[in-house]
Structure formats: C-alpha cells, structure tokens
Design a protein around this ligand. Structure first.
Ligand SMILES: O=c1ccn([C@H]2C[C@H](O)[C@@H](COP(=O)(O)OP(=O)(O)OP(=O)(O)O)O2)c(=O)[nH]1
Ligand SMILES: [Mg+2]
Length: 144
C-alpha cells in the first residue's frame, strides 16, 4: 500500500529498519536540541504530513531501546493518527528517568505502525450473551 506524504523536514522519510519490522522509525525535526528534564514532557515535531486511506490509522509507539536505556516513553502511547488528520505528526515524549535527556534533530524518537480499524454502529440491548468468563477480570484466572 502506498501512503501520500509531505516531508517538510530535513530528514529522510521514515523507514522500516529490517525486512519485517512493523514500525517505521520517526525522526525528530527540530532546529535546536531539546533537553527533557526528569518527568518533563514535550511535543516533538516530525515535519511529516500523511494521508491515510479511510479504514486505516497510524499508531505512534515508543522505541524500546530509548525506553530501556534512557527512560524515554510516550505520554499518550499509543498515539493515534486518524485517517482524516492533515496536520503535522507530532510525538509526545516524556522522560521517565532521573537524568536529563537531550533530543537532537534526526534522532529516531518513536515508531509508527499503520493498522486497519473497524468502525461500529451500536445495537442497544438489555442483556449480553453469557460466557464462561462472565464478569471476571483483573486477575480472576490466577497468577500461575
Ligand atoms: O501522538 C499523536 C496523537 C495525535 N496526533 C494528531 C493526529 C490525530 O488524528 C490528532 C488527534 O489526536 P487525538 O484524537 O488522540 O487527540 P484529541 O485530544 O482527542 O484531539 P481531537 O479533539 O483533535 O481529536 O492529533 C499526533 O500528531 N500525535
Ligand atoms: Mg480525538
């Protein structure tokens, strides 16, 4: 599937890093480095504008390497890019470590996964079909 994209950044288009990678790595598009103090968050621009076909969304997810090594995550993970959104893709990073973290232009800050979604219509009813699970949840099946 091809997706229309406008790249207003000075970085290359996001790429899949291996043949079967699900995510395209998104790069920060910033004129000056941004330093996140512990627990600080910032909306980081990418310079990218996309046009997803109806029925598709894009999810903005953290990168595990940045998360493990530097405590960098995404506040609203996974972020949702709607098919009708025409604005710039931005990434809401947060520094969950106890040390400053500096983001430079071109740093791969997140990954974007394009997925199909369903839209529903409601059927209002007074009872739901019975199941073995019923209302059990939150550990109802035990730990081991
Ligand atoms: O990480 C994100 C999340 C969202 N968006 C853009 C694309 C998305 O289509 C739009 C709205 O996102 P969302 O629905 O999550 O935010 P909202 O707070 O509900 O805003 P709105 O009232 O505009 O829907 O913002 C991003 O660029 N990055
Ligand atoms: Mg919304």
């Amino acid at each position: 599937m091809t997706v229309k994209v406008i790249n207003q950044s000075n970085n290359p288009l996001p790429q899949y890093q291996t043949v079967h990678s699900a995510g395209l790595d998104l790069m920060a598009f910033i004129s000056e480095p941004i330093t996140l103090k512990p627990l600080q968050r910032a909306l980081i621009p990418t310079g990218l504008y996309i046009e997803l076909p109806p029925g598709y969304e894009a999810q903005i997810r953290p990168r595990s390497g940045l998360a493990f090594k530097n405590g960098i995550s995404i506040v609203n993970a996974p972020g949702t890019i709607d098919a009708d959104y025409r604005g710039e893709i931005k990434v809401l990073l947060v520094n969950l470590s106890d040390q400053d973290f500096t983001i430079e232009n071109g740093l791969r800050i997140a990954q974007m996964i394009v997925s199909k979604y369903e839209r529903i219509t409601w059927e209002s009813v007074s009872e739901l079909t019975e199941t073995e699970r019923g209302t059990g949840g939150y550990g109802s099946t035990g730990v081991k």
